[in-house]
Design a protein around this ligand. Structure first.
Ligand code: HEM
Length: 223
């Protein structure tokens, strides 16, 4: 037997961080690809200025987000697991088109499925740090105010530009896949609604243990 219950899945700061980060990454992609000469929108100089301002905003946001993840304990949500990883991939590749049930159950303590855990962790510890570091290297190598990087003997801007542009493609690909995947919740808008309001109807089923790592219900031991 399974009931649903309305629960607060995403807290206030988490939603603010998510949407601000989404806006900044899309804005950095637009201004960045204009700098890359992919198209013309703001004009090169304005695009560089806006890209730099948004980059600093993102760095400040990241600092607050790191603090929040540590103090709230929410960093644990991103601990990777291979349990049900294959089932989750199979679900997205085939199961979803045959209306099979989601292989993992979303709970407040374990709100990310194994694939999300892996991908988001990769963004947090690899892609975003690489973008910030290559972006800062780009900034301080290119602009006259700093000789720091030059003195570190990083003469070739091209390597940095290639790394930064490659990372930008990875992030754009992520955003596209992410936009599709947010429509694959219990209803087409349930994931989106949850990230806007914080609240989501989650399954409550005491007979079925959680397939994610954390327990869904904490019960008193029977003595
Ligand atoms: C805090 C993070 C970031 C910093 C500090 C940063 C900084 C920079 C700087 C200084 C430039 C060179 C501007 C110029 O030529 O004068 C640049 C270029 C660029 N940025 Fe960023 N950026 C950051 C994040 C991002 C993100 C998240 C994206 C995309 C999603 C992105 C995409 C690009 C692209 C495509 C270019 C053009 C690269 C080229 O053609 O060589 N940047 N960035």
């Amino acid at each position: 037997m399974s009931n649903t219950k309305l629960v607060l899945v995403y807290k206030g700061f988490e939603r603010f961080w998510h949407w601000t980060q989404a806006f900044l990454i899309i804005f950095l992609a637009v201004t960045g690809f204009e700098i890359h000469s992919s198209f013309s929108l703001f004009g090169f100089e304005t695009a560089v200025n806006l890209h730099n301002k948004a980059a600093w905003a993102l760095i400040i946001l990241i600092i607050f987000a790191i603090f929040w993840h540590i103090t709230s304990g929410e960093w644990k949500q991103y601990l990777p697991t291979t349990k049900n990883l294959k089932a989750q991939i199979e679900f997205y590749l085939t199961g979803i088109f045959r209306n099979t049930p989601h292989p993992t159950k979303k709970t407040v303590l374990s709100k990310l499925n194994p694939l999300q855990r892996l991908v988001y962790l990769g963004l947090k510890i690899l892609v975003i740090p690489v973008m910030v570091m290559s972006g800062l290297a780009y900034m301080f190598y290119r602009y006259p105010q700093a000789g720091i990087i030059k003195s570190a003997n990083m003469e070739d801007l091209e390597v940095i530009a290639i790394i930064h542009t490659f990372g930008a493609f990875v992030l754009v690909a992520f955003v596209i896949v992410h936009l599709y995947l947010i429509t694959t919740g219990h209803t087409i808008t349930s994931n989106l609604n949850a990230m806007i309001t914080g609240w989501e109807e989650l399954e409550e089923d005491e007979n079925e243990p959680s397939v994610n790592d954390e327990p869904v219900f904490v019960t008193e031991p029977k003595i």
